[in-house]
Write a protein that binds this ligand. Sequence first.
Ligand code: AMP
Ligand code: MG
Length: 309
Amino acid sequence: MADERAGRVADFIRPLRVEPGAKVNLADDYDPGYLAGVRGKKEGRRLLRAGIELLADLQRRLAAENSVGVLVCLQSLDAGGKDGTIRHVMSGINPQGVRVSNFKVPSAEELDHDYLWRYVRRLPRRGEIGIFNRSHYEEVLVVRVHPEHLVRQRLPEAARGPDVWDRRYREINDWERHLTDNGFRIVKLFLNLSKEEQRVRFLKRIDVPERNWKFSAADVRERARWDDYQHAFSEMLSATSTERAPWYVVPADRKWFARLCAGAVLAHTLLGIGPRYPDVGNAARRELAKVRKDLERQAPGRTARDGAR
Ligand code: AMP
Ligand code: MG
């Protein structure tokens, strides 16, 4: 039964996985409107609810086992649905076991260090799920599309030549390899939104007063660089999808479907870890049995004679 479920989850997410070594062209290879045969929103929501229960159970085991940590990296264009995905997918999970980190324009202190420093500081502990809302991948995305960000990083001349992006891909792969070798799993999700759906969501952010805060003029400037971003995403996916830490391209034009996919990829990863409640061993179990008897004897209304029976 459990194996069957794991198989279904694996089949569901297979088309989203970027094969390591594949040369990705986002526009040709991945459809933001793909729905994998799920019948509709109602069916999708039902599946997500079941997935959330599964995730909650797996997370409790992960925390109890306290050996493997999980890092979830979420990337997308503006209005791709990162915040809503985190809110929904993590809704059943004990907040003590999760840590969400948002990465914005780097601070002066962060710029005083190497570019991975601020991400290292926010890594999950063992037993924890760490979520990066934007991640170290911004270092080959927004920084690539806007070279002024690279200038602000004040790299020595030898480190900012034309090979800087290839070098960063290698460094990121090496860093992730180090993490996976040492008991941390990395889940990489790219929420793939179409240009038309982004337009619709921007309009909503302008028209609905409660959403105004989510919109900034900078978002429109970024939209004007759509093709540059598509190129940067395609290159990133091609260079950094590895066997140990593959990328998943999540169709993001329907929010409910994107959330279902994100939950499924996370569930797949946790099922692969197979975390178990620690077995305390025979000696500890005997001790527990002894303490249990003792506690029963202390129940109100019981006499010492009852307890002796
Ligand atoms: P938001 O997620 O809407 O709050 O926006 C955060 C902003 O920070 C986005 O415009 C990102 O492009 C920007 N940002 C995130 N990481 C970096 C980075 N490493 N360098 C420059 N800008 C970044
Ligand atoms: Mg924004």
